[in-house]
Ligand binder design. Structure first.
Ligand code: NDP
Ligand code: 2IT
Length: 444
């Protein structure tokens, strides 16, 4: 049996009930076969793949917090410090009831290669909790965040591990966590990114993931002599990534006609009104049902359905495995040109294959949504030099990073004989740098 297949089998056997982690490992290891096959002897000798798929450290802890009625709740907190070969662990914190160790491991594993692709010195990590922020008061959110950080602060630091936002963790949560970190450690340092602008946050970090997604989509289309302007996009999600993807799409002359949350979705034939969406989601923290009161021409539907709408570009920006093979068939039947993942692993394995087999340009999340973490790394740089850069400076660096990233994954795909396969290109290019660093640092 090949070394790759052996290790995939071992990951499945040793990490039961973690299907998302298996899926992420399977995809990456499958892509890097050419490198593994060419170096099988030394990789086996050094247990290279075993070290790649086993986190350097995983921390699991109790998070007790008190609600507004005085009742005590207990959630589970996680931080998986996956790989520090190229820099301090870096990655977001997800707060969602579906969080478990397998979800955090899949996200942490993806983060290793994503962070490598940014070209910046950041290792891979991820964390979070099964806490559900929905319907909680600001006081309850603060109570949870302080308790979470009281434990997490023992394991992180500006040069060790730098968490940030993800699903359910935005500026409010990062603010509460930063306050508690500073209080516990007596350190005002850039240990979290996505901070408020008044205490070390970076301009353009809020926009970065969505903007970056559109910069790489634009680069991809330009490379194929296609103009993004005038194109229609279907977008899922209505959170941080989706909102700024829709905003940048409009700035580039494209029209995003859908968005969704966990209860339903919106179709707005005139293009999603970003100001209304921001007010509903960022200010009121309300459901998408409210959207039609701002835009009478729009339709609201319960359940899921954005992928049934005809469009040139599809941008899944909600969560993992939200675009399945039936959705892929609908997109292809409607003539979709490109699918670029704003979320982490939103497309199932079968759907990815279907899209690629049908000539759709497919850019995986670890490349397409890397603008968020890249801008987090720019926030770390600004914190280190105790300076802040202008919006234009950060945004132009972000654009540059995404254009280089596209060129690098395209080049890697060609070098290994997989031209046009950006899944292979992203995994190969991301792995090359991590491999070089791991080899140079010996068996650690
Ligand atoms: P937010 O919490 O801001 O928004 C998430 C959106 O997705 C919400 O509209 C939410 O709906 C919807 N959603 C979440 N979980 C589900 C679910 N299980 N079923 C249906 N809808 C769901 O998160 P982000 O926008 O920050 O993150 C979105 C995706 O992008 C995630 O995969 C994240 O890992 C990834 N990502 C985020 C980055 C960032 O910088 N924030 C960077 C790179 C990737 P509802 O509000 O109803 O729950
Ligand atoms: O998935 C991701 O890349 C993020 N949630 C952002 C991580 C970060 O450190 O900014």
């Amino acid at each position: 049996m090949s070394y790759v297949d052996e290790i995939v089998g071992e990951v499945v056997a040793k990490n039961p009930n973690e299907p998302e982690f298996h899926q992420a490992v399977r995809e990456v290891l499958d892509s890097i076969r050419p490198i593994v096959d060419a170096n099988e002897k030394s990789f086996r000798r050094d247990a290279l793949l075993e070290r790649l798929v086993n986190p350097e450290r995983q921390i699991k802890f109790r998070v007790p917090w008190i609600d507004d009625n005085g009742d005590v709740h207990v959630n589970t907190g996680y931080r998986v410090q996956f790989n520090s070969a190229i820099g301090p662990y870096k990655g977001g914190l997800r707060l969602h009831p579906s969080v478990n160790l397998g979800i955090i491991k899949f996200l942490g594993f993806e983060q290793i290669f994503k962070n490598s692709l940014t070209g910046l010195p950041i290792g891979g990590g991820k964390g979070g909790s099964d806490f559900d922020p929905k319907g909680k008061s600001d006081r309850e959110i603060m109570s949870f965040c302080q308790s979470f950080m009281t434990e997490l602060c023992k394991y992180i630091g500006a040069d060790t591990d730098v968490p940030a936002g993800d699903i359910g963790t935005g500026a409010r949560e990062i603010g509460f966590m930063f306050g508690q970190y500073k209080r516990m450690r007596n350190l005002f340092e850039g240990t979290l990114t996505g901070k408020g602008l008044s205490f070390g946050g970076s301009l353009a970090r809020t926009e970065a993931t969505g903007y970056g997604l559109l910069y790489i989509t634009d680069a991809l289309l330009r490379a194929h002599d296609i103009d993004i302007s005038g194109k229609t996009a279907v977008v899922s999600g209505a959170g941080n990534v989706a909102i700024y993807a829709i905003e940048k799409a409009a700035q580039l002359g494209a029209k995003a006609v859908t968005c969704s949350d966990s209860t339903g979705w919106v179709y707005d034939p005139d293009g999603i009104d970003v100001a209304a969406l921001k007010e509903i989601k960022e200010v009121k923290r309300a459901r998408l049902t409210e959207y039609t009161s701002y835009r009478p021409n729009a339709e609201y539907h319960e359940g899921r359905g954005v992928w049934s709408v005809k469009a040139d570009i599809a941008l899944p920006c909600a969560t993992q495995n939200e675009l399945d093979v039936e959705d892929a068939k609908a997109l292809v039947a409607n003539g979709v040109i490109a699918v670029c993942e704003g979320a982490n692993m939103p497309t199932t394995e079968a759907a990815t294959k279907y899209l690629q087999d049908n000539g759709v340009f497919f850019v995986p999340g670890k490349a397409a949504n890397a603008g968020g973490v890249a801008t987090s790394a720019l926030e770390m740089s600004q914190n280190s030099e105790r300076m802040s850069w202008t919006f234009e400076e950060v945004d132009s660096k972000l654009k540059n990073i995404m254009e280089n990233l596209y060129a690098n994954i395209d080049d890697a795909a060609k070098r290994y004989g997989f031209e046009g396969n950006y899944v292979a290109g992203a995994n190969l290019a991301g792995f090359e740098k991590v491999l070089d660093a791991m080899n140079a640092q010996g068996i650690v």
